[in-house]
Write a protein that binds this ligand. Structure first.
Ligand code: FES
Length: 160
């Protein structure tokens, strides 16, 4: 692991646990198991305790993100506009539930609170692209575009 992460913090100081986990995640994009062990040794807490903290907070992830990250807004405006069914349809099409990544590491599905685009609710984002006023019917086609892109990487995904 990047040992320099530890340089900023005194050893055996449990109060830095969250900051250390944040620093690790910033580097790797998630918390690899080996890194959790090193953090555990450094702060002097059992691995099970470090793991417990990492799973308690939503900000931490224990698996790497997929190539394509789909986020479904579950804020109030989107909720009123059927976001629960949008999420359900995505889960069904991808074969995963929110918070998971497909086995081929292609898609990660997450839910988020209001992303500030309520006027085009319901909203999903795919990587950095916003898809507003999404309907359940459109989901298979949206996903298809991203799978097509995988076979033809030079071709840009068509995004609304
Ligand atoms: S509630 Fe979904 S963008 Fe605001």
């Amino acid at each position: 692991m990047h040992k320099h992460i530890f340089k900023k913090y005194p050893a055996k100081d449990k109060s830095n646990l969250i900051a250390l986990l944040q620093a690790v995640q910033e580097i790797y994009g998630y918390l690899p198991e080996g890194a959790l062990q090193e953090v555990s040794d450094f702060v002097g807490l059992p691995l099970s305790r470090v793991y417990g903290v990492a799973t308690f907070y939503n900000q931490f992830r224990l698996t790497p993100l997929g190539e394509i990250v789909i986020r479904v807004c579950r804020g109030t405006a989107c909720h009123v506009c059927n976001s629960a069914n949008i999420l359900f349809t995505l889960e069904t099409n991808l074969g995963i539930t929110a918070g998971q990544t497909t086995r081929d590491k292609r898609f990660t599905l997450e839910t988020v609170a209001c992303i500030g685009a309520c006027s085009i609710a319901p909203v999903i984002t795919i990587n950095d692209e916003y898809h507003g006023k999404v309907t359940v019917k459109e989901i298979p086609n949206i996903l298809k575009k991203y799978n097509v892109q995988k076979q033809n990487p030079e071709k840009k995904a068509g995004v609304k």
